[in-house]
Design a protein around this ligand. Structure first.
Ligand code: NAP
Ligand code: MG
Length: 403
């Protein structure tokens, strides 16, 4: 069989530890036998980030802007312990943070569902995708402790030097205050990213805040979403047969629990942080969670939601058997191939992406899986295998589908 040809390179961002090991196995076993892989390779592994003073991360984000589609392996965000371990010149910033800031994106996280791996909420038969705004609010706050007898005010200084003031609280006893902000432009690009993604996925879009209580702050989010929807998206949504609707966050939570899934839930930064962990846990496992960063101008970066699985890597280095789940990383590749195929009009590449996912899910349905899945799985006669055997089993099924 001739290998599938690509037109535009995928931006390939390699990473660290166990996921770097899996990255190579996925390429060798599942990709290279079928696709004449055209990728522009960036090594975001910590040693090379350190060697290039993190320039490689910036270069990879620029390449993503240029080509439009990237696939990323999990990477270490250095902390104090990593400084001596990798002999680092600096505690480099999170590559995901750097890339997100450069692409101005929104992160969408969706679970991969397999029959026999049951969500804790039985009604959730379709995936719920969380879209998290990744700028501002409590993540860029200013906080103070306030002593008794102090008066706290919000002060805005205008360009001409005049001030607008509002009383926060007259403190008779000690307390605390917090200052938050967001920017219209960032909220607008969040809204567009969510609406584009809803059209792309042909799924309804829900958005919820607490605008009844936060009549200016949260209300601004609601208004910007509504304005952009009316002006730019209403007709496209109607043509696609999908819906945008806004509700209060408490109402949204109740509806989400009662729903069957199958929609995108846009969340403000903090809500998205908390709700994506809740949703991931309720569906089963972080290793079955995909993640894609979408920029307002339609650039896509696919990855797994989990980290580099450090604990397994240290076992792997000692030569001990590991059973790391490669599914989310495989789906990062399939997502990127499907998008590349769509943009370049290569139906065979889109078909390959479908089959890669199909082979992966079939392997689990056949009862072959990593240890983390076995713990959640009700499939009779299930068999826990190591990472290599799991990938080989997926490879066998993929070869048959591709033949
Ligand atoms: P992690 O790599 O997600 O792993 C945490 C634990 O979750 C693992 O020890 C393992 O549990 C389980 N797990 C996660 N993915 C799994 C998989 N594919 N298969 C089987 N089990 C899996 O998080 P971490 O240990 O907190 O972080 C390790 C490194 O990853 C850190 O340096 C962090 O900076 C980085 N990180 C990167 C990203 C990213 O690039 N997107 C995201 C998060 C973290 P058991 O040990 O119980 O088996
Ligand atoms: Mg969190």
């Amino acid at each position: 069989m001739a290998k599938i040809q690509m037109k535009t390179p995928l931006v390939e961002m390699d990473g660290d530890e166990m996921t770097r090991v899996i990255w190579k196995m996925i390429k060798d076993v599942l990709i290279l036998p079928h696709v004449d892989l055209k990728s522009e390779y960036y090594d975001l592994g910590l040693p090379y980030r350190n060697e290039t003073n993190d320039q490689v991360t910036i270069d990879s984000a620029n390449a993503t802007k240029k080509y439009g589609v990237a696939v990323k392996c999990a990477t270490i965000t250095p902390n104090a312990a990593r400084m001596p371990e990798y002999n680092l010149k600096e505690m480099w910033k999170s590559p995901n943070g750097t890339i997100r800031a450069m692409l101005d994106g929104t992160v969408f996280r969706a679970p991969i569902l397999v029959e026999g791996i049951n969500p804790y909420i039985p009604g959730w038969t379709k995936p719920i995708t969380i879209a998290r705004h990744a700028y501002g609010d409590v993540y860029k706050n200013t906080e103070m402790q306030v002593d008794a007898g102090c008066k706290a005010e919000l002060v805005v200084t205008h360009p001409d030097g005049t001030e607008t003031r509002e009383l926060i609280h007259d403190f008779k006893t000690p307390g605390i205050i917090q200052g938050l902000h967001n920017i219209d432009k960032s909220i607008a690009s969040f809204a567009r990213a969510c609406m584009n993604y809803a059209l792309d996925q042909k799924q309804d879009l829900w958005f919820a805040t607490k605008d009844t209580i936060s009549k200016k702050y949260d209300h601004r989010f609601k208004d910007i979403f509504a304005e952009i929807y009316e002006k730019e998206y209403k007709e496209k949504f109607e043509a696609a047969g999908i819906e945008y609707f806004y509700t209060l966050i408490d109402d949204a939570v109740a509806r989400v629990i009662r729903s069957n899934g199958g929609y995108i839930w846009a969340c403000k930064n903090y809500d998205g942080d908390v709700m994506s962990d809740m949703v991931a846990t309720a569906y089963g496992s972080l290793s079955m969670m995909t993640s894609v960063l979408v920029s307002p101008d339609g650039v896509y970066e696919y990855e797994a939601a989990h980290g580099t699985v450090q604990r397994h890597y240290y076992k792997y280095l000692k030569g001990e058997p590991t059973s790391t789940n490669p599914v989310a990383t495989i789906f990062a590749w399939s997502g990127a191939f499907r998008k590349r195929g769509e943009l370049d009009n290569i139906p065979e590449l889109m078909d390959y992406a479908d089959k890669l996912e199909q082979a992966t899910i079939q392997t689990i349905k056949d009862g072959i899986m990593s240890g983390d899945l076995a713990a959640l799985c009700t499939i009779p006669g299930k068999q826990v295998v190591g990472t290599e055997a799991f990938l080989a089993a997926i490879g066998e099924r993929l070869d048959k589908l591709m033949a």
